[in-house]
Design a protein around this ligand. Structure first.
Ligand SMILES: N[C@@H](CCC(=O)N[C@@H](CS)C(=O)NCC(=O)O)C(=O)O
Length: 209
């Protein structure tokens, strides 16, 4: 299998951490690709019409995106249920947590467009404020849910990789606001799967007008 990956993408890291946790990492060739809606990557578009990473090229199921689908494929490949419980409340707890983590990343990326990525004259401060509010509300919500008990799930992996990305990019700080969440995150980051997949690199948006 080949993973079109990006060393500074939280979605791509989630996939890679899942692969490590499932014992599948050695079966995946990881290829770094830069992507941005303002800097077209033809190879990525050939595999995903949305032009985004991660994409997993599989022998039996074609080109898979997005990260939620790839994590499901890997979980099935490993025997089903290891990271995405098959039934019951545990399943929906894992999927809900993953959805919240996806939303943290989506809001963080939107916030970065309004603070650092878009040319300064085109930024819209109320939109930045609205996206930052989503992050802060999610931190408060997660603090109430912490600690996360039970076996490691796709939701916990998604959350840990999302929080680590928010810290990596200097987004609104969760540590002071959500100390129990921060303590859980510190513990999770000590897992070998997290240590093996650190973030690195800068977004390449191409030349600005
Ligand atoms: N929902 C997608 C999001 C993927 C995504 O936004 N990837 C970013 C990198 S962090 C990307 O490739 N962006 C390029 C673009 O938006 O054109 C997933 O979970 O895989």
């Amino acid at each position: 299998m080949t993973l079109l990956h990006q060393s500074h993408s939280p979605y791509a890291r989630k996939v890679l951490v899942c692969a490590h946790e499932l014992g599948l990492a050695e079966r995946i060739d990881v290829i770094h690709h830069e992507t941005s809606p303002t800097n077209r990557n033809d190879t990525v578009f050939a595999a995903n019409p949305l032009g985004k990473v991660p994409v997993l090229l599989t022998p039996d199921a074609g080109s898979l995106f997005d990260s939620v689908v790839i994590c499901d494929y890997l979980d099935q490949l490993a025997g089903a249920g290891a990271l995405i419980p098959r039934h019951g409340p545990a399943r929906y707890e894992a999927l809900r947590l993953q959805a919240l983590a996806q939303g943290l990343c989506d809001a963080g990326i939107a916030l970065r467009w309004e603070t650092v990525r878009r040319p300064e004259a085109l930024r819209y401060p109320p939109l930045a404020e609205g996206q930052a509010t989503k992050l802060l509300e999610a931190y408060d919500h997660l603090e109430m849910q912490t600690p996360f008990t039970g076996p490691v799930s796709v939701g916990q992996i998604a959350l840990a990789t999302a929080l680590d990305w928010l810290a990596f990019r200097g987004m609104p700080d969760f540590r002071a606001r959500a100390p129990r969440l921060a303590a859980w995150h510190d513990g999770f980051c000590r897992r070998p799967s997290m240590r093996a997949t650190p973030y690195d690199g800068e977004t390449q948006d191409g030349a600005q007008p």
